[in-house]
Design a protein around this ligand. Structure first.
Ligand SMILES: Nc1ncnc2c1ncn2[C@@H]1O[C@H](COP(=O)(O)OP(=O)(O)OP(=O)(O)O)[C@@H](O)[C@H]1O
Ligand SMILES: [Mg+2]
Length: 119
């Protein structure tokens, strides 16, 4: 699967998502990274198990400086900017980023358009 992208910027995207999974995946036993093709998009998932993110936080995660309740009190030291930067970089690449979280898994899904010649 080929995409056209700024490698340094995309590095920041996945660095933040994997670092978040390590920092906030409370009681997690795995971090799963996979990529698959879906129509003319590449879909990359970074997921972990463990304590789910409360439903009321999910809508705010991509806002600047937002940190979910459980993280604010803990000494993880984040600024709450990582996911806002993730979203702006993904937007720049004409992609999307979404999050789902339930008892089984918290999953961040990034979709990016396949390189034109690969479609
Ligand atoms: N995998 C995850 N599991 C549980 N909560 C998460 C996960 N990823 C992100 N979060 C929540 O989303 C919040 C925002 O994440 P974001 O990356 O924007 O900021 P941060 O990690 O707190 O700080 P920064 O990335 O700027 O160092 C986190 O503070 C945390 O509450
Ligand atoms: Mg972060």
């Amino acid at each position: 699967m080929m995409i056209e992208a700024d490698p340094e910027k995309l590095g920041r995207v996945f660095n933040n998502l994997v670092a978040n999974a390590f920092k906030y995946g409370n009681g997690a036993s795995y971090i799963r990274v996979d990529a698959r093709q879906r129509a003319d998009q590449v879909e990359v998932t970074v997921a972990n198990d463990g304590t789910p993110i409360p439903a009321q936080s999910l809508d705010h995660l991509f806002e600047r400086f937002y940190r979910a309740e459980a993280s604010r009190s803990r000494a993880t030291g984040g600024t709450g900017l990582g996911l806002a930067i993730v979203k702006s970089i993904v937007d720049l690449h004409h992609g999307t980023v979404t999050v789902t979280s339930d008892e089984n898994e918290t999953a961040f899904v990034v979709t990016l358009p396949l390189k034109q010649a690969e479609k």
